[in-house]
Design a protein around this ligand. Structure first.
Ligand code: HEC
Length: 117
């Protein structure tokens, strides 16, 4: 009986985690892709009209120069918070801190990089 309970609990935890990942991917597709591109390479449909090009999130060299804290900050507070263009919008109020953290992890997946590597 107890084992069965643990199994159910475990499955719930696993599916919640799978969901978190999916949410970050979905959020990226819904909110970031039009500028940062389908593959996160900075070539979204908006860029024709933009004076500053969105970051190529697959650029491991550039992205590894940013700590997770900085990425969190720029997503939450927008470009100017890290002295970047206002064309990078702030997402505070759209995403919870938890969702922003998941987006940072999603960016790490796109660049296949960590800070300082
Ligand atoms: C309206 C277009 C637009 C949208 C939508 C947008 N961005 Fe950006 N983003 C930019 C631009 C432009 C820059 C580059 C700013 C600069 O270099 O001054 C940028 C820069 C960034 C950076 C900083 C990279 C660096 O180290 O320089 C991160 C991180 C980022 N965006 C994440 C996101 C995420 C996550 C989303 C979706 C929630 C998103 N962006 C949505 C336009 C956009």
């Amino acid at each position: 009986m107890l084992n069965r309970f643990l199994l159910v609990l475990l499955l719930a935890v696993i599916s919640a985690q799978a969901q978190a990942k999916e949410t970050a991917t979905d959020n990226y597709k819904a909110y970031c892709m039009q500028c940062h591109g389908m593959a996160g390479n900075g070539k979204g449909v908006n860029i024709r009209d933009m004076s500053v090009m969105p970051r190529d999130h697959t650029d491991a060299k550039a992205m590894s120069g940013r700590s997770d804290e900085t990425l969190f900050k720029v997503i939450k507070e927008g470009g100017p918070s890290i002295e970047k263009s206002v064309l990078m919008p702030p997402w505070d109020g759209v995403f919870s801190d938890e969702e922003i953290k998941d987006l940072v992890q999603h960016l790490r997946m796109l660049c296949k990089c960590k800070f300082g590597t």
